[in-house]
Ligand binder design. Sequence first.
Ligand code: HEM
Length: 421
Amino acid sequence: MGWPFIGETLQLYSQDPNIFFTSKQKRYGEIFKTHVLGCPSVMLAGPEAARFVLVSHADLFRPTYPKSKERMIGPSALFFHQGDYHARLRKFVQASASPGALRRLIPGIEALAESALDSWAADSRVVNTFQGMKKLSFDVGILVIFGRLDSYYEEELKKNYSIVDKGYNSFPNNIPGTNYYKAVMARKRLSEILSEIITKREKRMETNDLLDHLINSKGDQGEILSDEQIADNIIGILFAAQDTTASALTWILKYLHDDSKLHDAIRAEHMAIYEANKERNRSLTWAQTRSMQLTYKVILENLRMASIISFTFREAVADVEYKGYLIPKGWKVMPLFRSIHHNPEFFTDPFKFDHSRFQVSPKPNTFMPFGSGVHSCPGNELAKLEMLILVWDQLNKKLNLTYHDLSLSGQVGSSGKPKWD
Ligand code: HEM
């Protein structure tokens, strides 16, 4: 359980996560206890245990986040909830990222990816890949939620959201000038901006984006969502979508950079489509995105290798017995996606990037980059589409990637040379 109070929090966040989890698993097996972020916790490194918590016995485990973070995102955001309210909101997010909706979003996402690549190519300074991808994934989030948005509001949202983002992981306090305090103020401003956008939107015709769905949503008794509930969910979605997708985009560029043969094979897959589209003067279609089989396998292997969300948290709502172990009520429970994705029993030579392993489907519950069960990621197809479009645009623009040191958080350090040439 580590040191009093801090437990093993420092080790968890300072060590290579692969080493932290593997060494524990070697010593104690697939189920072991620890103490992190001030809470006694049970870590579960097996696929069946992950399924038990997230799917088959999900009612015994509720989602749990530190209160300060819940306040910062907004307590009405769907991922803090269970039951009817959660299901109602989830339906709208899923609809906004459904194949029908994504099909319509392709030209918009392509335009955003192209403009990002152009701006990096034109920049003579070092481009921090992760920060660049964060900007791109935020812009895509805005597109999905609002469709077209007045540039004044877009700038205001970006400015205030980036202050919230900076203070999100700071120590909670009420001292003016600190990052946390600034974040709380910016969060208030975000609510005001979103309220203005909602009021303006209510007077306009339907545009069929996520904001429309949220505004027009009615519960069983005909009740509508308040502005505050809508704002919390919009900020929640931007939050869930931004760093995750940006990390995945950063890692896929790194893996393509590392393997020039793979890079060329993907380029060959894309070339046929590119030529056909050039001839007919049309841009990438939904059917074409579905036909890129090699690129798709590379995206899956990228998600397995990077395991962006290494684990998630739930809290036991009652004493639960699992395979002879007691999980006491109130303890945190952590299914370890990363450990499952790097277990040689399920993925041979797990630390090697090998897209060909996805020629066959992984064993049940062994591949969960987007979680599983009622809280699994409703944005998973959107995230995969973003990766596919970025790789497509990057290859078509014939940009040659160079990168420096890529840390485990997915951030690219700056060590002098231009990142794109
Ligand atoms: C590569 C990118 C992404 C990864 C790896 C990822 C991963 C995940 C995972 C593992 C969960 C489940 C967390 C849990 O069970 O506690 C989740 C939930 C969620 N994700 Fe994603 N995500 C990504 C992109 C996105 C995008 C683009 C959106 C935008 C729509 C999004 C929206 C959400 C939401 C709203 C939830 C909460 C769902 C619920 O509680 O019902 N994610 N994501």
